[in-house]
Design a binder for this molecule. Structure first.
Ligand code: PLP
Length: 393
């Protein structure tokens, strides 16, 4: 018998038992009173998680659809958009804006580096009237966490007052604080298979009053993603089209669990898991793609394999001997890094288990390790984290 698989991915993430049970319940009519009661719980809890009074729309479609919904409802052909790129997902925003006919200016950094306030200031000193500026908070392909608060403050200080701030919070929402109102974010998006602990297939999108004003000038907002259709339906605790009912039943359970845990506790847990992972892999003599602790995502950690050992061999060993699934790098980072997800329904024991497994697999592959060093370094990181509590915003 082989060990059951456990996903240590930055999405999809493991399901809590309550989520699994919810997905296996009998069919439910999406226009009935019972489902309305579920939406009456889900919609306010999404606002709670996004820390906002803005509308937070629930889409039956993956995170990329929420990105497109944000853009298709606000951009017209020829609009100028500034996109901060630091990996695969931030580049997707640029591609999408271009396909929608926008004129895109890119600010690129090398893999593993954050987008800086200095580069934003420099860009806004040249031109400050972009229609929209896009930041990817946690860039899942490299594992950086961009300094979103400072970036948003800089936009509000230097850009024209109606500039829209788009934030890809797909792997940061529910892993670290993304206070949409306090940071004055116009469109923030996230997806269900991440900190939400449920299957892929739902996404979430907040819309600020500024974004609503821009929507009124949008020439072709389309139908499936049309903000007005969502607003009308959600104000009546409904959905504009047939929703993925069982994903929403699962979401109801997951959000209730998150509320019980509490925002601060959720953010502390993710920060601790990140710190444990980073300390553990360093103790194994491995190099991290994101060098500075302050730039590291609480959702995922990118690790370079030791010289002479392939990413494929490490991933295969973790899977075969321990049932642990970690991610490869994407695009040009494929085979250059492996990525350990610590997002959603994950605990200290999951990181310890992964580090023990990694130590064994590396040792089997001929990499010298000091037995027990990874877990003991991770435990030291827990103690350090206790002295440095996370705050909500
Ligand atoms: C940062 C980021 N943005 C966007 C996406 C796209 O989301 P989806 O794959 O759900 O369409 C992902 C998916 O992993 C992501 O990590």
């Amino acid at each position: 018998m082989n060990p059951p698989e456990h996903l240590m991915l930055p999405g999809p993430t493991p399901f809590p038992e309550l989520v699994r049970e919810a997905m296996g319940t009998p069919a439910i009519g999406h226009r009935g009173g019972e489902f309305k009661t579920v939406l009456e719980r889900v919609f306010p809890r999404l606002k709670w998680l996004f820390q906002t009074q803005n509308d937070v729309f629930l889409l039956t479609a993956s995170g990329t659809a929420a990105m497109e919904a944000g853009m298709i409802n606000t951009l017209n052909t020829g609009d100028e958009v500034l996109v901060f790129c630091c990996g695969v997902f931030s580049e997707r925003w640029a591609e999408m804006a271009e396909l929608l006919g926008a004129k895109v200016t890119l600010i690129q950094v090398e893999s593993g580096k954050i987008n800086t306030v200095t580069s934003l200031e420099a860009a806004l000193n040249v031109k400050n009237d972009y229609k929209a500026i896009v930041f990817t908070h946690s860039e899942t392909s490299t594992s950086v966490l961009n300094p979103l608060k400072a970036l948003c403050e800089t936009v509000r200080k230097l850009a024209t007052p109606d500039t829209l701030i788009f934030v890809d919070a797909v792997t940061s929402m529910g892993a670290t604080s993304v206070p949409v109102d306090a940071w004055d974010i116009d469109i923030a998006i996230s997806g269900s298979q991440k900190s939400f602990m449920i299957s892929p297939g739902l996404s979430f999108l907040s819309v600020s009053p500024r974004a609503w004003r821009v929507f009124e000038t949008c020439e072709r907002p389309g139908l499936y993603f049309n903000f007005k259709k969502y607003k009308k339906a959600q104000d009546a605790f409904s959905t504009p089209y047939t929703p993925a009912t069982h994903l929403i039943l699962a979401l109801d359970q997951a959000l209730a669990m998150m509320e019980t845990e509490g925002l601060t506790e959720i953010f502390e847990r993710h920060a601790r898991l990140r710190d444990m992972t980073r300390a553990g892999v360093k103790a194994l003599g491995l190099e991290l793609l994101v060098m500075a602790d302050t730039d590291a995502s609480p959702a995922v950690t990118s690790v370079r394999p030791p010289a002479g050992i392939s990413v494929d061999a490490i991933r295969a060993g973790l899977k075969k001997d321990f049932g642990l699934i970690v991610a490869n790098g994407q695009k040009e980072l494929k085979g250059q890094i492996f990525r350990i997800g610590h997002l959603g329904y994950q605990f200290d024991r999951d990181i310890e288990m992964t580090l023990i497994a990694l130590e064994k697999v590396l040792s089997d592959l001929g990499h010298p390790v000091t037995p027990g060093s990874a877990v003991s370094s991770a435990r030291n990181a827990v103690q350090a984290a206790q002295k440095r509590p996370e705050t909500v915003s």
